[in-house]
Design a protein around this ligand. Structure first.
Ligand SMILES: [Zn+2]
Length: 594
């Protein structure tokens, strides 16, 4: 039975490179879960894209003195390169600056309008008499009225983490020229979240039993404490998606309102470019499909509250307006395993202060699986975690190299050398051999259960524990001594060890796809475990945008125990992982200026 599962991953802003905190926060956990379900035979669609609109991007363009299109394309293309190198296997990684996304977002807006969940109201907005225009919220900074922090943006305080009401900011000044803005009235559309509150609350309560406490607690807490208030969803801005109503020229849909719609529009774009224009409905109007959203804790409100409200408010009318056909409701989020934050050497990661480990820079010196291993074993699932360079080196050397790598490395070359490059014929296996195979094969169940529930640290720890069991078995049987006294006994031991490695290769593969794929080849398999990632340009009326795509393997591999055959030809093996010099940690801290 194949299940349709959508892996929806937070859209990175086109104003900064991606650092390890972003990778472990959303992209990597989404990829691990996607790879697992693909191996299980589920029908996966993994989508995201670059959040190209909004003031973070125009601010960056202003700072760099470049056209905003150029800035978004530069970061977008960098993201594609990073995800390809890190093995983040998007079926489609696109951008919000596409004709399709404009149309999907405007249709969803019109469905909400039709159903009476939008209204207009004038509200005060910071206006720059010097620049003679309204200033976006992020262009205005001042003192937070909640915590007193002096460097708060008018829409959000990075110190206390609260979303702010811009007009309440104290001591406001324009980020552009330092001038003091004044409040002027401007008309905007508001999403009436208070009207949708009972639906949002019911949606959350249905998921209360299996969502992370951190996510459900914050979301229900907001409803219980202050209730849901209407929120403006348009802005005075020209870089973005025009409001699809006559007389609203010069105003755009708010970036948070439209970026979350990207999960839907990316699915639709994927269906179009794969020439199956209705296939998006398998994830969005087939209500048996499951949708998982991978995000950081700073995005919980927009995904657990705002996005479900948009979907429920649109009701059946999005499909009606977008397709011109019959109506159909849209699928609501099934799970939303938001992660906490990763710090760096005990301090909060800060891109602007360059206190960060940048993804592309890291991968210019280290292997992707070393990154993926450390970011998974240290993933901030339930509380903040810390990137510590000494710990990175120690885990790489003690766990990846000395435990899992060592098990593969003491098995494959030995088999290759003593059995003419083939899997030895063990004859009848001994009880000790059968016992360890059973222990390792149990991992398909236990690790599978952890992965289903998005407990990724626990899943990887379990795989590592099984690799330790494999090493113990090797120590006990010692085939390198057996081979001198009784080659038949050695054949049983080394065949068993190959079976253990073959099983662990699959169990580790969602986390460590590159080394598992190599190991898979060394073990003599000719069909790959995973598909290929590639970059493909798409064209529409807004221009050309590159996308990252994934071509699945044919036939796909399975999440099931090894049936390694005696006599199978092996490939000449090489070590899977590289040991790192402990000095590396000091060198990397020196790069940070520490
Ligand atoms: Zn504050």
């Amino acid at each position: 039975m194949s299940n349709n599962i959508l892996i929806a991953i937070a859209w990175p802003y086109a104003n900064s490179e991606i650092h390890v905190g972003n990778i472990t926060g959303s992209h990597l956990p989404g990829d691990i879960v996607a790879r697992y379900h693909r191996l299980k035979g589920d029908r996966i669609l993994m989508v995201s894209g670059t959040d190209s609109h909004g003031t973070p991007v125009t601010l960056r363009a202003d700072a760099d003195g470049l056209p905003v299109e150029e800035v978004y394309q530069r970061y977008h293309n960098g993201f594609l390169e990073l995800f390809q190198k890190a093995g983040i296997s998007y079926d489609l990684f696109t951008t919000t600056h596409t004709e399709n996304h404009f149309k999907v977002s405007q249709s969803l807006f019109l469905a909400l309008l039709k159903n009476g969940f939008l209204y207009t109201e004038s509200r005060p907005q910071w206006y720059s008499p010097a620049a003679r225009r309204f200033l976006p919220d992020r262009y205005v900074e001042g003192t937070c009225y909640i915590c007193g922090f002096e460097g708060a943006r008018s829409d959000q305080c990075d110190n206390c983490g609260n979303v702010l009401e811009p007009e309440k900011l104290l001591n406001p000044h324009s980020k552009e020229d330092g001038s003091t803005p004044e409040l002027r009235e401007t008309k905007h559309y508001f999403l009436d979240l208070s009207k949708l509150e009972p639906d949002v609350e019911a949606f959350l309560r249905e998921r209360q039993s299996y969502w992370r406490d951190t996510v459900i607690g914050q979301s229900l807490g907001q409803i219980e404490n202050e209730g849901l208030l209407p929120r403006p969803i348009t802005r005075d801005l020209d870089w973005g998606i025009p409001v699809p109503v006559d007389g609203w020229e010069g105003k755009c849909l708010y970036v948070w309102f439209e970026a979350v719609i990207g999960y839907l529009s990316a699915t639709i774009e994927w269906a179009q470019i794969t020439h199956q224009p209705d296939a998006w409905r398998d994830w969005w109007t087939d209500l048996s499909a499951k949708t998982f959203y991978f995000i950081g804790k700073d995005n919980i409100f927009f995904h657990a509250t705002m996005w479900p409200a948009q979907l429920m408010g649109a009701g059946q009318d999005f499909v009606k307006i977008f397709t011109g056909g019959e109506g159909d409701p849209l699928n609501l989020p099934y799970d939303l395993p938001a992660n906490q934050f990763m710090n760096l050497e005990g301090q909060k990661i800060s891109g602007s202060r360059n206190w960060a480990v940048w993804g592309r820079d890291f991968l210019s010196r280290y292997d992707a699986d070393a990154l993926r291993y450390y970011l998974t074993i240290n993933m901030p699932e339930l509380k903040d975690s810390d990137w510590d360079w000494d710990e990175f080196v120690a885990r790489n050397n003690n766990e990846l190299v000395a435990t899992w790598g060592n098990l593969a490395n003491r098995t494959l070359p030995f088999a290759y050398k003593h059995w003419d490059g083939r899997v030895p014929d063990p004859g009848e296996l001994r009880p000790i051999d059968k016992a360890i195979i059973a222990v390792v094969e149990e991992g398909f169940k236990t690790i599978g259960e952890h992965l289903e529930a998005v407990r990724l640290r626990a899943a990887l720890s379990e795989a590592l524990r099984l690799a330790k069991e494999g090493n113990k078995y090797q120590d006990t049987t010692s085939p390198w001594f057996e081979v001198k006294s009784d080659k038949n006994e050695a054949a049983k031991s080394i065949y068993t060890a190959l079976r253990i490695v073959d099983n662990l290769k699959v169990l580790f593969s969602p986390f460590l796809p590159f080394s598992s794929e190599r190991l898979h080849r060394y073990l003599g398999y000719t069909q790959p475990l995973f598909g290929e990632q590639y970059i493909e340009a798409q064209q529409d009326s807004l221009g050309t945008h590159n996308t990252l795509r994934y071509r699945p393997p044919k036939p796909g591999w399975n999440w099931e125990p090894s049936s390694l055959q005696a006599g199978q030809l092996l490939e000449s093996p090489a070590p899977l992982f590289k040991k790192l010099d402990p000095e590396v940690a000091d060198q990397e801290r020196a790069r940070l200026g520490k």
